[in-house]
Design a protein around this ligand. Structure first.
Ligand code: BJW
Ligand code: ZN
Length: 246
């Protein structure tokens, strides 16, 4: 059993009284489902590649097959895993507070599968595939690696946000507004190294929110968090809900 960190009573009160709660999640929230975190060492076939060097438009231009195959394997892995207690607790939290938004950096779709609806996916979704030129979403594709767009014959690619690409404008705007308007901001399972997502907690703090970090280890975001709940998200987030709402 993992120890649950102590939850300060002032945080319990803040959560209970909150009119709007905003949440930012990262790969650590899916770790207990068996999805490797982004900065974890790659295994097997991919051991010699740095994910930071595969998740770029340049990598896809240079070696489309390598990048397509990496995402195909990850897509298959995501389809084979299930949401964990952290995903379910966040779906529950959305129903407990008057205003809520969950902004996730994860591309695995597990929050939606756990029942979250007030949800924006800042970095896209690995289960969707789009054309790299005309951006049309593909409903099906061939076994080629990569397959081609039926409309314009360019390569298809995963509908995720690579480094140096813009985030979906509506998702980013909604996440920024939630950070500005929330009373409590929960940031869970992210290393806080990737922008613009990493600046959301500071915006929330600047606007007066109580900022809570859920992560087994310290991150650059720890410095701006009022509460640092050290432990796995699948333990800490359900404990936070029990403390505030049971
Ligand atoms: C647990 C746990 C458990 C483990 N429970 N926790 C400003 C300053 C500097 C640079 C930039 C800037 N603005 C933009 C940039 C450039 C760049 C960037 O941020 N670079 C940094 C590396 C410095 N940003 C971009 O390019 C973005 N685009 C953009 O801003 O466009 C405009 C622009 C362009 C160019 C220049 C300037 C502006 C786009 C970013 C897209 C990120 N895409 C990826 C890949 C998605 C597809 C895929 O999955 O392959 O998104 S990168 C990768 O990182 C992925 C993740 O969503 C993202 C964040 O990672 P995350 O979730 O934090 O995971 P990890 O692995 O890093 O951390 C896991 C954490 O969990 C750890 O802390 C563990 O301790 C913890 N943990 N077990 C709780 N059980
Ligand atoms: Zn096309």
């Amino acid at each position: 059993m993992t120890d649950t960190p102590t939850i300060p009573s002032s945080l319990v009160d803040a959560l209970r009284d909150a009119r709007f709660v905003a949440v930012l999640t990262g790969a650590g929230v899916s770790a207990e489902s068996g999805v490797p975190t982004f900065r974890d060492a790659q295994s097997g076939l991919w051991a010699k590649y740095d994910p930071r060097e595969l998740a770029t438009p340049e990598a896809f231009e240079r070696n489309p097959k390598l990048v397509w195959d990496w995402y195909s394997e990850r897509r298959a892995k995501v389809a084979a895993v299930a949401p964990n207690l952290a995903h379910f607790a966040l779906a529950d939290l959305e129903r407990r507070v008057p205003g809520f938004l969950l902004a996730t950096q994860n591309v695995d779709g597990l929050h939606a599968r756990a029942g979250s609806r007030k949800l924006v996916e800042l970095h896209g979704n690995i289960t969707r595939v789009k054309c790299s030129r005309c951006h049309a979403i593909a409903d099906s594709w061939s076994d080629a690696s990569p397959p081609r767009c039926v409309a314009c014959n360019a390569y298809l690619r995963p509908d995720v946000v690579w480094f140096y690409e813009l985030l979906p404008a509506d998702a980013e705007a909604a996440a920024e507004q939630a950070a500005r308007e929330c009373d409590v901001y929960i940031v869970a399972g992210t290393s806080g190294e990737v922008y613009p997502a990493a600046e959301l907690p500071a915006r929330a703090r600047h606007a007066g929110a109580r900022v809570v970090e859920v992560n087994p280890t310290a991150t650059p975001l720890s410095a701006i968090a009022h509460d640092k709940l050290r432990g796995p998200a699948g333990v800490v987030i359900p404990a936070l809900l029990r403390a505030a709402f049971d």
